[in-house]
Ligand binder design. Structure first.
Ligand SMILES: [Ca+2]
Ligand SMILES: [Ca+2]
Length: 237
């Protein structure tokens, strides 16, 4: 069978399967650069206004480093940074202590005093943000730097990974109905089935007292906001 014939015969199947495969791949993506500083939320990243969200700054080094620093930037109109903890930090000596600035940033730098430098994956600091308004809050890392522990002190090439929080109004159920930290087709399947079942508040995503297609609409709007599918609008109404 020719490729063209195969494509023609299976056009519908391919048209449906490809986007699904892409969504699943982006949901389970484990691909990362070798050296990086990234943000990790211990909690679900689908959060509500007023909730405390704990975020860790993690350094991931595949070659030994002994100095690192960065600036964390959080959008002032959506979240406020509430507290910082240096507990269990891989940094032994802070050259710039992490503090919250008036423009909602945390800047820090420091070094690791060990014979072999730091290698692997470790917590740099932990901070808490409190969402203040509904929307998509991109918490970013700027000016990150990691220096090699090889006697040269040269910067190692590193990348940053931002964290995107999707903030819903207070008391609204999370669109991540199965609690696996992503909104995808699994959640879609669960809420779709609920259209035909007895009312449960946990699936009433727009909180209007009934489970309808509007709740599926909320779910779809929240799909893929953690991948690079583009900025999708979020709304609960
Ligand atoms: Ca989910
Ligand atoms: Ca509803």
């Amino acid at each position: 069978m020719s490729v063209r014939h195969h494509l023609k015969k299976h056009r519908t199947k391919i048209a449906i399967t490809l986007p699904i495969a892409f969504l699943l791949a982006s949901s389970f993506s484990l691909i990362r650069d070798p050296e990086e500083i990234y943000l990790s939320s211990e909690d679900n990243r689908f959060v509500e206004v007023g909730e405390q969200v704990t975020i860790q700054v993690i350094a991931d080094a595949n070659e030994p480093i002994n100095v690192l620093g960065a600036t964390i930037v959080a959008p002032q109109e959506l979240v406020s940074i509430d507290a910082i903890s240096r507990e269990n930090s891989i940094i032994d000596l802070w050259t710039q202590e992490p503090t919250i600035t008036s423009d909602n940033k945390i800047t820090f730098s420091g070094g690791m005093v060990t014979e072999n430098g730091f290698l692997g994956n470790g917590v740099v600091l932990t901070f808490i943000v409190i969402p203040t308004a509904e929307g998509i809050a991109k918490i970013d890392i700027e000016n990150s730097e990691m220096l090699a522990h090889d006697g040269t002190g040269m910067p190692v090439s590193s990348s940053n990974n931002a964290l995107v929080l999707t903030i819903r109004p207070p008391e609204h159920p999370s669109p991540d109905v199965n609690g696996d930290k992503t909104v995808n087709l699994f959640d879609f399947g669960i809420v779709s089935a609920r259209l035909f079942m007895a009312y449960e508040r946990a699936y009433d995503l727009n909180l209007d007292g009934k489970i309808t297609l509007s709740d599926i609409g909320v779910l779809i709007k929240n799909m893929g906001t953690d991948s690079n599918l583009g900025s999708l609008a979020v709304g609960w109404i």
